[in-house]
Write a protein that binds this ligand. Structure first.
Ligand code: SAH
Ligand code: SF4
Length: 405
């Protein structure tokens, strides 16, 4: 599954390092089963995988020499053929309100840029730190209110690039702490950064298995949320493969409007999407992360925020155990929408809560560092055709405004 690196030739009990085998295997993105296989292929015991994973993901150690419970001989062997490498941070920004943002460079040479945001908040159990992780560079799906969509799709992130975002966020709190005292700070992960996670399925699944693994981050499955715009067959696949929380970017209560806002709706319309959500929810086990789905609904002024939309939404979600999260629209340059007024959002929320739904309004944080939802690609370089078309459209619009003004 870890397709980012060519494995050097590893034969039973011996390692052949030919001069051309210079590309090292990056252990950062390997799930436990992959790493166990890797050690077994080397003629080592598979419990080494758990040991190494702990060093990497719990103590944030990237130098094999520091892995003191591993024999010198094995450490030497590992140094020759492996590395532990998080994506390069090209920019970091820590906001006054505690929000942190990182811009990573991924890929060779100039590469591409992706962003990760950490949002702190208080909750019943103490301080919560939620990390919003990207899964792709850009996105192919072109939702009309999303700046990532306007960038077009560049490429999938590898497991090391996905889990590397979590690794780096945790490490940022521990850099100055001695290795033995290091701990994990991030409490929640949402796959709500750039990209559609279900369209980079294998890498996202592998990364989430590392998040849940007790030898790595040991996160509670209810604290790992995958957000999707509605790739129906992959929702069913996910239900089979892993138990994590699911969020659906709904944004519209009827097909006509949703086709406009979230174009993948033309392929998988609401009826199919809601049915997939029903299937995702499991009745067994109180501990399951799949007792309900979260419905995300971006509030676009005059577009999807009217009383009739709230009524349609109530009908649509009538039989689906769900919690609704209203997201005030975050504008980006030349966005074709405005944010609904506070009063509109509160009225919408009231209609839903009065009908018995848990309905929250997302607080907008990190505005001062452009870290709010949908602003994640503010300064990211783009090279796709869709991005070029978008720029052309903006230039034309500016021209019209100039000639009118
Ligand atoms: N592709 C996935 C996950 C990434 S988008 C998805 O669509 O679910 C993460 C969330 O941010 C989605 O709910 C998305 O609809 C929302 N979002 C995108 N652009 C936004 C904007 N400009 N303002 C507010 N929310 C936005
Ligand atoms: Fe892609 Fe999600 Fe943005 Fe839609 S909202 S364009 S699916 S990142």
């Amino acid at each position: 599954m870890n397709s980012e690196v060519a494995h050097p030739s590893v034969a039973q009990g011996e390692i052949k390092t030919s001069p051309e085998a210079i590309q090292k295997v990056n252990l950062l993105g390997m799930s436990r089963s992959e790493m166990e296989k890797f050690f077994e292929d080397m003629g080592e015991k598979k419990f080494r995988a758990g040991q190494v994973m702990k060093w990497i993901h719990q103590f944030f150690v990237t130098d094999f020499a520091e892995m003191t419970n591993i024999s010198g001989k094995l450490r030497e062997k590992l140094e020759k053929i492996c590395e532990i490498k998080a994506p390069e941070v090209v920019h970091r920004n820590y906001s006054k309100d505690g929000t942190r943002k990182w811009v990573f460079r991924v890929g060779d040479g100039e590469g591409s840029l992706v962003e990760t945001v950490l949002i702190p908040a208080e909750d019943k159990t103490g301080e919560r730190k939620t990390l919003c992780i990207s899964s792709q560079v850009g996105c192919a799906l072109d939702c009309s209110f999303c700046s990532t969509g306007k960038q077009g799709f560049q490429r999938d992130l590898t497991p090391a690039e996905i889990i590397g975002q979590l690794w780096m966020a945790n490490f940022s709190y521990m850099e100055e702490v001695p290795v033995a005292e290091r701990e994990r700070s991030v409490t929640n992960v949402v796959m709500m950064g750039m990209g559609e996670p279900l369209l980079n399925y294998d890498a996202v699944l592998s990364s989430m298995s590392i998040m849940l693994d007790d030898f790595a981050y040991g996160m509670s499955k209810r604290r790992v949320t995958l957000s999707t715009s509605g790739v129906v067959p992959k929702i069913d696949q996910l239900a089979k493969d892993i138990d994590v929380a699911l969020a659906i970017s709904l944004h519209a209560p009827n097909d006509e409007l949703r086709n406009e806002l979230v174009p993948i709706n033309k392929k998988y319309p609401l009826e199919q999407l809601i049915a997939a959500c029903q299937r995702y929810i499991t009745k067994d086990g109180n501990e399951s992360a799949r007792k309900h789905v979260t419905i995300e609904y971006v509030m676009l002024d005059g577009v999807n925020d009217k009383p009739e939309h709230a009524q349609q939404l109530l009908k649509l979600l009538k039989n689906l155990p769900s919690k609704i999260n209203l997201i005030p629209f975050n504008p980006f340059p030349h966005a074709p929408y405005g944010r609904s007024s506070r009063n509109r959002i509160i009225a919408f929320q009231k209609t839903l809560s009065d009908a018995g739904f848990v309905c929250t309004i997302r607080q907008t944080r990190g505005d001062d560092i452009d870290a709010a939802c949908g602003q994640l690609v503010g300064q990211v370089a783009d090279r796709t055709r869709r991005a070029a078309q978008w720029k052309k459209k903006i230039a034309e619009k500016n021209e019209i405004l100039r000639s009118e003004g």
